[in-house]
Write a protein that binds this ligand. Structure first.
Ligand SMILES: [Zn+2]
Ligand SMILES: [Zn+2]
Length: 165
């Protein structure tokens, strides 16, 4: 995603609008299945003395619930605002630098998507997951297995007390 900055750099315009369909997300996040390209749109505005990039993006992907493995379709919306600087006065790592009269959005959008994606997806906060014994999806109801777990530390203690006798 390359935005030509010439209209602002030459003083012909003080605003450049853009919109992209970004395919690069698949490569960055191979574990997710993006169901459509990430939609990115926004603008760069010249604010007499500095340039400001604002954009919003929308990603749709398919994944599985981390507990019950149900297939989930998720939509994620996010946005960013960054200063755009010429290479000569680049100071902050967070700034987007103009190279060859253009800025590239792949990296800032990819970084932001990385931060916005949940570390794991759940079908719902209180998903009960699968029974570790029979594999039944417990959201659909109890399976009848006994789920009484013995704390492994108590198990050790019990053994210890047994040998004491
Ligand atoms: Zn679930
Ligand atoms: Zn079970």
């Amino acid at each position: 995603m390359r935005v030509d900055m010439t209209p602002i750099l030459s003083g012909r315009s003080d605003k450049i609008s853009f919109s992209f369909e970004w395919e690069g997300a698949d490569e960055l996040f191979p574990a997710l299945r993006f169901t459509s390209p990430v939609r990115v749109c926004g603008s760069v505005t010249d604010r007499s003395g500095y340039m400001l990039l604002t954009l919003s993006a929308e990603a749709e992907y398919t994944t599985e619930c981390a507990r019950c493995l149900e297939v989930l379709h998720r939509k994620l919306s996010f946005g960013l605002e960054k200063n755009v600087v010429l290479k000569s006065d680049a100071e902050d790592d967070d700034d987007v630098v103009v190279v060859d009269s253009a800025i590239l959005l792949d990296e800032p959008v990819g970084e932001l998507l990385f931060l916005e994606l949940p570390s794991r997806d759940l079908c719902r906060e209180d998903c009960r997951g699968l029974c570790p014994k029979c594999g039944k999806n417990l959201n659909a109801g109890d399976c009848g297995c006994s789920h009484r777990e013995i704390d492994p530390r108590l198990e050790v203690l019990k053994k210890f007390l047994d040998t004491e006798e």
